[in-house]
Design a protein around this ligand. Structure first.
Ligand code: SAM
Length: 414
């Protein structure tokens, strides 16, 4: 059986080593491990493998505290010490930005650590069965691993077993709001009247629940109070329905908002375009600092929430439009709104197709918030070719124990 030394982590669940000239990728490896492996898939330049025996464990390795690992597909880096996780995330970001943006960043302190490596998720999305069992997708399969609890969830989060038994949900999101929680049931068909009545009963019998929203078959049915509050900075909170996108790590979101405000410097007299704005996580703090801002998102409910919050907070310089990001870029151009700064927070796929339209707007700066370093660096390269340079970047560890990391980079027009 071949023996390899693990030398690095990929941005994903696989650790990397070498066998002869080929890269070998293994799940659950830790840099510094010496391991015996079985090759499970062989290609010309790389191979996938499974660890059979750890000959010499890495100093970065620990026994994962979660009893559902390694079956559960959730926390793919939990077998690494938290300091090692931060080091590898910083190393990946620094290497990507050095390679593509010629940015020389010191990996030391590049990633803002989370306050807590467990108990940080205010929202959990669970697979649900009618017998009341709840869980996550198994690694490398579509089967469910049933769990009693989840270590990265807010300690106040209670598993909604009765709800899973009484309503035909394929998935349930639990959103914690102080000492209460809101349930979001995702159904494969329209919710029935009987299911809505069962939700009413659940709410009246469970004082820890403030509301339930059922989504399925094109319907969205709220029962009770489904609004949650998310503090964005001192003296500013977002009120938003629990089934809309909000950042799950609330402590880290405060830091992210602060950094995005620092990089976009949205003082009075400036114009800002906030693309992929959600319910206004950045739009509202920008408006509060005096800049004129247009927030754009394709989700009509998020846009309505943004408008509601801007009105509630008296932030009349914030406007929200419900548009695809590409349309929003041409919309602002057509209306003559010339943004000084564009904030961009796209989903994992990045904003590749949008880049030419953004370049044509010629903003002085683009502040790019990304959850996926490979698509971030791909898009930054387009900006570099279009006359921008990258001057600042920082990582925020929103998801300890997983490979995921949020990265913010600023591109300035040269
Ligand atoms: C990562 S979230 C960011 C939301 C917000 N910036 C925040 O921090 O809460 C991405 C948002 O992009 C929106 N979105 C995804 N694809 C889009 C597209 N093609 N055009 C416009 N909005 C899109 C989603 O509705 C979602 O609100």
């Amino acid at each position: 059986m071949p023996e390899i030394e693990i030398t690095a982590m990929s941005f994903g669940r696989l650790a990397l080593g070498r066998l002869d000239r080929r890269v070998v990728m293994v799940p659950a490896g830790a840099p510094g491990d010496l391991v015996e492996v079985t090759l499970t898939e062989e290609r010309k330049n790389y191979a996938l493998a499974r660890i059979e025996r750890i000959v010499r464990p890495s100093a970065e390795r620990r026994l994962a505290p979660c009893p559902y690992l390694p079956r559960c597909g959730g926390c793919d880096w939990q077998h690494l010490s938290y300091q090692a996780q931060l080091r590898h995330k910083a190393g990946i970001i620094a290497a990507e930005l050095a390679r593509t943006a010629k940015l020389d960043l010191d990996p030391e302190g590049l990633v803002e650590p989370a306050d807590a490596e467990f108990g940080y998720r205010a929202r959990l999305r669970l697979k649900a069965n009618r017998d009341g069992s709840l869980g996550f997708r198994e690694a490398e399969s579509s089967r469910m691993v049933a769990v009693e609890r989840c270590l990265v969830a807010d300690p106040g989060l209670r598993m909604p077993r009765r709800f899973a038994r009484e309503v035909r949900c394929s998935e349930i999101e639990v959103v914690v709001d102080e000492d209460r929680q809101v349930l979001v049931g995702h159904l494969l068909a329209k919710p029935t009247q009987a299911e809505l009545r069962r939700c009413q009963t659940l709410l009246s019998e469970d004082p820890t629940l403030s509301g339930i929203v059922l989504r399925g078959g094109g319907l969205r049915c709220p029962v009770g109070s489904i609004q949650v509050r998310l503090a964005l900075e001192a003296g500013l909170a977002l009120e938003v329905d629990a089934d809309l996108f909000t950042q799950v790590n609330r402590a880290q979101n405060l830091r992210l908002v602060r950094y995005v405000m620092e990089l976009s410097a949205p003082e009075s007299g400036r114009r800002v375009l906030d693309l992929f704005c959600g319910a206004g996580n950045f739009t509202l703090p920008v408006a509060r600092r005096g800049a004129m801002v247009i927030g754009a998102d394709r989700d009509a409910f998020s846009v309505a929430a943004g408008r509601h919050n801007a009105a509630r907070l008296g932030l009349s310089q914030a406007q929200f439009v419900c548009l695809e990001a590409a349309q929003a870029a041409s919309f602002v151009k057509a209306t003559g709104f010339r943004p000084d700064v564009i904030i961009l927070d796209p989903p994992r796929q990045g904003a590749g197709e949008l880049m030419p339209a953004l370049l044509s707007l010629r903003p002085a700066a683009i502040v790019y918030v990304s959850c996926n370093p490979p698509t971030l660096t791909r898009d930054l390269q387009t900006l570099l070719r279009g006359g921008f340079r990258i001057d600042r970047a920082r990582g925020f560890d929103f998801f300890p124990n997983t490979h995921h990391v949020e990265v913010v980079a600023r591109a300035v027009l040269t």
